[in-house]
Design a protein around this ligand. Structure first.
Ligand SMILES: NC(=O)c1ccc[n+]([C@@H]2O[C@H](COP(=O)([O-])OP(=O)(O)OC[C@H]3O[C@@H](n4cnc5c(N)ncnc54)[C@H](O)[C@@H]3O)[C@@H](O)[C@H]2O)c1
Length: 176
């Protein structure tokens, strides 16, 4: 079973539909702070914060989840400049608690949705994978902390879980 966090959001809805079409079993956790609730037959939906460790532990012990696709996050660059604390709490601390619960629950793979904002003002475009990261907003900064090549130390507690960061602009055209 695949857990899609943020599955009620813009990308999450398309991803859930695509996963169902391709025969996967899906579970959604989304606290609806910016997404809209949807009911899809056969898709358990939990209106919960991914940073709520008690709820997440319960979910991981109830369902056999093999993969987590983590889309739940705060995504507004402008808001992140005004309220960086929201971005540190949601994109770093809540994600950290989620990944801890996933690891305890035996999950081996997490796909982390990163962002082109990790590169700041890119030196060249299209941006190659090995381009240095130099975020210029708390949104980009909090995403870059999960990336391997720059400040990837946040991932160290999760050794044993494969966690490739995926920049959504690479896959969204295929989903829409
Ligand atoms: N949309 C884009 O163009 C784009 C580009 C690059 C990266 N991304 C990344 O993809 C991911 C999803 O983006 P989106 O455009 O679908 O955003 P979105 O705001 O539409 O969806 C995010 C969803 O996560 C939920 N959410 C947020 N924090 C949560 C929490 N702590 N617990 C539970 N649910 C929570 C929201 O309610 C929302 O439904 C984000 O991580 C974003 O950084 C998006």
């Amino acid at each position: 079973m695949i857990l899609v966090t943020g599955g009620a959001g813009y990308i999450g809805r398309h991803l859930v539909a695509e996963l169902l079409t391709t025969g996967h079993k899906v579970l959604v956790v989304d606290d609806l702070r910016s997404g809209n609730r949807f009911n899809t037959e056969g898709v358990p939906f939990f209106a919960a914060n991914v940073g709520d460790a008690t709820t997440m532990r319960e979910i991981f012990s109830t369902y056999r989840i093999s993969v987590v696709i983590h889309l739940a996050g705060s995504i507004q660059v402008g808001e992140s400049m005004r309220h960086p604390e929201i971005y540190w709490e949601n994109n770093v601390n809540a994600a950290h608690r989620l990944f801890d619960c996933a690891r305890e629950g035996g999950v081996k793979r997490v796909i982390f949705s990163s962002s082109a904002a990790v590169y700041g003002e890119p030196l060249r475009t299209p941006i190659p994978e090995d381009h240095p990261t130099k975020p210029i907003s708390p949104y980009g900064e909090t995403n870059s902390l999960w990336k391997t090549s720059s400040g990837g130390s946040l991932r160290q507690p999760f050794f044993g879980i494969s966690m490739p960061p995926v920049r959504m602009r690479h896959i969204v055209p295929k989903l829409t």
